[in-house]
Design a protein around this ligand. Structure first.
Ligand code: SF4
Length: 373
């Protein structure tokens, strides 16, 4: 059986090379060729002994994901649709800014969490991506974009695990992928510039703190359990008090001294002044110990099946002001790539739902959303 080397972090490449009777420094050379120089052909790897290259050809490969489409937005955002087999396709988005290049990566084909305002959630769930399929999105984007710019400079400075899927429900594939992103012989990204975004899988937040602490973003979207239960169904399992306590524990290990709370602004649902006041009380905690945090308000990108509407700019600005006046750093996410459906919450790919999530979401759409009392 041939091993896709994109599935392996450096320690695993070292173990693989050892099995071939090779020294550890050969593993480092091989890993650097793949991730730093974008090589997939062993014959290109000129400083590896010919005998090793021949051995590798017999038992290993470096496989990118087949591309189904590429769209480039007027603002420079690029969206790729990758084929992951079995009728499933996942999306990856590159967002260029003056001082950074951010890649938004998918972790699953579909998602089982089923958030009400999310395109991916409405499609159901097919399967977890492998480590290689997660890393392949970065490998392809970095080296393709670098080549288009004439080589040289690194293009991707930031990664956000915010594409399709709940990354902490694919933990065993996620962690080796993060290690490759962080490794100085891989992509050498700073822990502060790699963000895992979760809807709140509390036990896995604790494990990530131990295994590979990177920046953490939490999809909050509601200030109380009654409303959050209807928007983020995982809340019924891990309610807000448990989630906020996990955020506090995570901060003891995190590379940043705050958690980013993502908050999708839904007209008439969670965007009223009383919601902002309840949010402030929530993060301040009953004992007055504020969870160090920043809020990122996300203008909702409507899609027909959601039955939800985007909050007005005035409502978003008023909400942001209430949070800011309470001393909470608050930003409003700029909508990027919405002309190519690459904006936040619009990633849809193609998912062959193997669960009842799609069905459940269809039923959910008929239930009125619970307002905050
Ligand atoms: S917001 Fe994230 S966790 Fe929720 S359904 Fe969409 S992909 Fe899944």
């Amino acid at each position: 059986m041939s091993t896709n080397l994109l599935d392996l972090d450096l320690a695993a490449v070292a173990a693989f090379c050892e099995q071939l009777g090779e020294k550890r420094f050969r593993a480092t050379q091989l890993y650097r060729w793949i991730h730093q120089r974008g090589a997939s052909d062993f014959d290109q790897m000129s400083d590896l002994a010919k005998s090793l290259r021949e051995k590798l050809k017999g038992c290993a490969h470096v496989s990118a994901l087949p591309i189904l489409s590429e769209h480039v937005s007027a603002d420079g955002t690029v969206k790729w649709l990758f084929d992951v087999g079995g009728g499933n396709a996942v999306e990856t988005v590159f967002i260029p800014e003056d001082d950074r290049g951010t890649l938004c990566i998918s972790s699953q084909a579909g998602c089982a969490v089923g958030c009400r305002f999310c395109s991916t959630g409405h499609q159901g769930f097919s399967r977890n991506l492998t480590t290689g399929e997660i890393v392949a999105q970065l490998w392809f984007a970095e080296h393709t974009l670098r080549e288009r710019r004439g080589g040289g400079e690194r293009v991707i400075s930031n990664v956000v695990m915010m594409g399709m899927g709940e990354p902490l429900q694919n933990y065993s594939a996620l962690v080796p992928a993060l290690r490759t992103m962080l490794d100085d012989h891989g992509y050498g990204l700073s822990r502060r510039r790699v963000t895992v975004s979760t809807s709140g899988v509390v036990p896995m937040i604790d494990r990530l703190a131990q295994d590979c602490p990177v920046a953490l973003a939490v999809s909050l979207h509601a200030p109380g359990d009654a409303l959050r239960d209807t928007l983020v169904p995982l809340n019924r399992k891990y309610p807000l008090a448990e989630l906020l306590a996990a955020c506090g524990r995570y901060l003891e290990h995190a590379p940043r001294d705050f958690i980013t709370f993502e908050y999708c602004m839904l007209e008439g649902v969670n965007d009223q002044p009383e919601h902002a006041r309840e949010l402030i009380a929530l993060v301040n905690g009953s004992a007055g110990e504020r969870v160090p945090c920043k809020f990122n308000l996300i203008p909702f990108n409507p899609f027909p099946a959601s039955g939800l509407r985007r909050s007005s700019n005035a409502a978003v600005a008023a909400f942001a002001k209430l949070l800011s006046d309470a001393g909470i750093v608050t930003t409003v996410r700029k909508t990027r790539g919405d002309d190519i459906d690459a904006a936040c919450g619009q990633l849809a790919g193609d998912v062959k739902d193997r669960t009842k999530v799609g069905e459940r979401m269809a039923k959910l759409r008929t239930i009125p959303i619970q307002p905050v009392p």
